[in-house]
Design a protein around this ligand. Sequence first.
Ligand SMILES: *[C@@H]1O[C@H](CO)[C@@H](O)[C@H](O)[C@H]1NC(C)=O
Length: 430
Amino acid sequence: DRVSLVLSSKVCVSKEGTVAHYGMLATDEIEEGEVLFTIPRSALLHQGTSKVSAVLEKEKSSLESSSGWVPLLLALLYEYTSPQSHWRPYLSLWTDFKTLDLPMFWPTEERDALLRGTGISEAVNRDLANIRREYMDVVLPFITKHPHLWSPDTHTLGLYMQLVAFVMAYSFQEPQEGEDDDEEEAASPPMMVPMADMLNHVSNHNANLEFTPDCLKMVSVRPIQKGEEVFNTYGEMANWQLLHMYGFTEPYRSNSNDTADIPVANLYRVATQGIQSDLDRQLMEEQWEVLCEMMQDKAAFVFGKQGCLTDTELHTVLKVLCMSKEEFSEFKENEGWEEDDEDEDKISLVFSNEGLPGLKASWKWLIHEAARLTVRSYGDDEGKTEGEGSDWALNDQATLAGLNSRQQNALQVRCGQKTILYRLMELTKS
Ligand SMILES: *[C@@H]1O[C@H](CO)[C@@H](O)[C@H](O)[C@H]1NC(C)=O
């Protein structure tokens, strides 16, 4: 009430009857399009509303970093440790961010063992290196320069890491205008949105946060029954992303946005198998070089439950890798395709689950074998018989119940990814 947050009488925050620690429940029938709560912009916590906003604004050029999170994190470091903070009631909900149990807090061996093949360990290692570097290069020099506000003894790397996890799991980013022309659009900085961050996520959500100039509104996107949990969406999230950033997963069958990656390098490895002549090998190497340049930092093809989500890239790679010497020379001379850019809808259809079985045999074989190679990278014998291995014992509640929560989440990620890969192998069988 004091910060003018308005909560509908049809919802409540609860610790019971929700999928996680906190959540929101409907206490009455809710129709589509109803406003569940509104939060004025003054009640959002970010670098502009923190007590230290002036110094952060004045010296913002020294706070630039690849993540763009440093100003918010400095504000949180200050507010979280200031007894008089205006944000005390909000921040005191989190006495220890480790309860999030993000994989970044797991012991390395456990992480590597449970998450092998999922891509999460690699993502966490990149995060940890970035966090450490940002703290040492940007944060520490800054707080040392402002000893009346921060202190290296209080505002340690350890606390910084916990707050990074807090931002990762609970912050919101305002959608940018004209997000489709994805050219160099600076992402908006993250901010903390009290109340909105109480809501849990499912892919098949029933509420959504709207941003208006004056306030933020949580609005139902379909009818919600009395007693049902109100779910926001954190975006279209695969289970590996949910576990990486938020520390939970959806049961893999119900996560309609689950995905599995096939490293581009695996497709190349398959393509080079069985090459006989040095000439062919040389051609393939040249093709690969050109592709690496075209793909830039895209290292994997992403497959969802309905088909390939990076269809344009997959199309390009298959096309180039299957070119004859003559076709490839022509392709290089033209610096790509002339007037050949088939329309995107058609390509996405071709690489959907419906289209895949109809691909030409050479392409299907490449995808099939690359999927097989990728499945092997999990380094276990779950699902040995392509679809009926021990992972699929997930049906069995007793199996899940015998696992701790890290093991359960890891299993959900692996099962989801392998299910997608096996399905893909099925669809591309010769
Ligand atoms: C993500 O899930 C939502 C809700 O189930 C669905 O409408 C949407 O099509 C999914 N997106 C993808 C890319 O699968």
